[in-house]
Design a protein around this ligand. Structure first.
Ligand SMILES: Cc1cc2nc3c(=O)[nH]c(=O)nc-3n(C[C@H](O)[C@H](O)[C@H](O)COP(=O)(O)O)c2cc1C
Length: 202
C-alpha cells in the first residue's frame, strides 16, 4: 500500500499543483461505514484495504505555495511568474469568471488559448483529471505487486465525504478497494468497443 500510494503521488498532474488527496481508510468502523456508502458492493465489503481519492482545486493556494518554494522553481524567473501570476489567475479570482471568459475568448480569436481555465467547474475538471491519473498509478502499482483493485464511483459521495472528513470543496473522485480477486468477483469476459469506433486517425 505504501509503495502504491507513493506511485500515485508521482502521477503526472496539471501544472504540478497536486490538488489531490488520498484517504486510506484503515479503522474497521470507518471501513464498515465506507462499504455501506459504496452501495454495499462486494468489492468494497470484502476489500483488504480501501482508499478514497479526492480532488480539490479550491485548495490550490497552499499547494501552489509549496511548489513555488522549491529550488527548481525559484531558480527560474519564468517559473516563478508561472506560479505566482498565472496559477492565481486560473485557480483563483473565481468572482472574475465572466471577465476571464470574455478575455480568453476574445484573445482566442487571434491566437491559441487554453479555453477551460476560467470558472470553478474548469478548476474542478482539471483537478479530477490529475487525481484520476493518480488512481491509475495506484492501481498499476498494486497490480505490479500481484494484487487486485476495483475502482468505484458507485458510491454515495455525501456519506463518503462525512466518513473521510474531507472539505466540502473536495470532489470524491473514486474509492479504490485492494485485495485478491475471486472468480466470483469478475463480472465476465473483458469487452472493449472495436478500435474502429473509438480510435480516429485524422
Ligand atoms: C471511474 C470508474 C468508476 C468505476 N466504478 C465501479 C464501481 O462502482 N463498481 C465496480 O464494480 N466497478 C467500477 N468500475 C470498474 C469498471 O466497471 C470496469 O473498469 C469496466 O467495466 C471495464 O472492465 P475491466 O476494467 O475489467 O476491463 C469503475 C471504473 C472506473 C474507471
Amino acid at each position: 500500500m505504501q509503495k502504491a500510494i507513493d506511485a500515485a503521488l508521482l502521477a503526472p498532474n496539471s501544472s504540478n499543483m497536486q490538488t489531490w488527496d488520498i484517504y486510506w481508510v484503515r479503522s474497521p468502523e470507518a471501513r464498515e461505514r465506507l462499504a455501506i456508502a459504496c452501495m454495499n458492493q462486494g468489492a468494497a465489503r470484502t476489500a483488504q484495504e480501501i482508499i478514497v481519492v479526492t480532488a480539490n482545486g479550491a485548495d490550490w493556494r497552499p499547494r501552489r505555495d509549496a511548489v513555488l518554494k522549491e529550488p527548481y522553481v525559484q531558480g527560474r524567473p519564468d517559473m516563478v511568474d508561472y506560479y505566482s501570476k498565472l496559477m492565481p489567475m486560473i485557480y483563483g479570482f473565481q468572482w472574475l469568471a465572466p471577465v476571464k471568459w470574455i478575455a480568453i475568448n476574445v484573445a482566442g480569436i487571434f491566437r491559441p488559448m487554453p479555453r477551460e481555465v476560467w470558472c470553478w467547474r474548469d478548476r474542478r475538471e482539471t483537478s479530477v483529471k490529475s487525481a484520476a491519473l493518480a488512481c491509475e498509478n495506484f492501481m498499476l502499482a498494486i497490480a505490479a505487486q500481484g494484487f487486485d483493485t476495483c475502482p468505484m464511483e458507485g458510491l454515495d459521495s455525501s456519506r463518503v465525504r462525512k466518513i473521510i472528513g474531507c472539505p466540502r470543496s473536495a470532489t470524491i473522485v473514486m474509492a479504490i478497494s485492494v485485495g485478491e480477486r475471486t472468480e466470483r468477483g469478475i463480472w465476465g469476459e473483458r469487452f472493449r468497443l472495436p478500435r474502429s469506433q473509438v480510435v480516429h486517425e485524422i
